[in-house]
Design a protein. Sequence first.
Length: 147
Amino acid sequence: METVIEGCVARILDEYRVVMSVGSNDGVKIGMVFVIIAQSEEEIRDPASNEVLGKLENVKDYVSVIHVQDRISTCVAKERTRGFQDGAGMGVQTLSGAMMAESMTARPEKERYETQKLFVNAAQITGTPQLGPISVGDKVRSVGSKG
């Protein structure tokens, strides 16, 4: 089992590169993939036992390590294998932009899924963490070699 490496975005160099707060001292290697996440503040609890299950996470983007130093790493957006057109990626977008990109994206059959509305108790809808742009301080976590 691979060790999970966690850190945060330490600096944004430009629209293409970010620096993470983890490096070779933490086990980071060139080519590793990390996920940048937005995490809710509220803990989710098991309704039966009241046990804390964790905090909800939403993916902002995936990055690949291109340079490693002892305590920091430089990363770029992970190359996407899906058929994005004209640079339309999966990064942070408005809902209408994301819906448009999704409808125009050619994806392999195994990655397609249809979203249908669930019959849920509307009074218990609490929402998800706000994504927003990638920012200094955002959490990062390694996702393994297959990321």
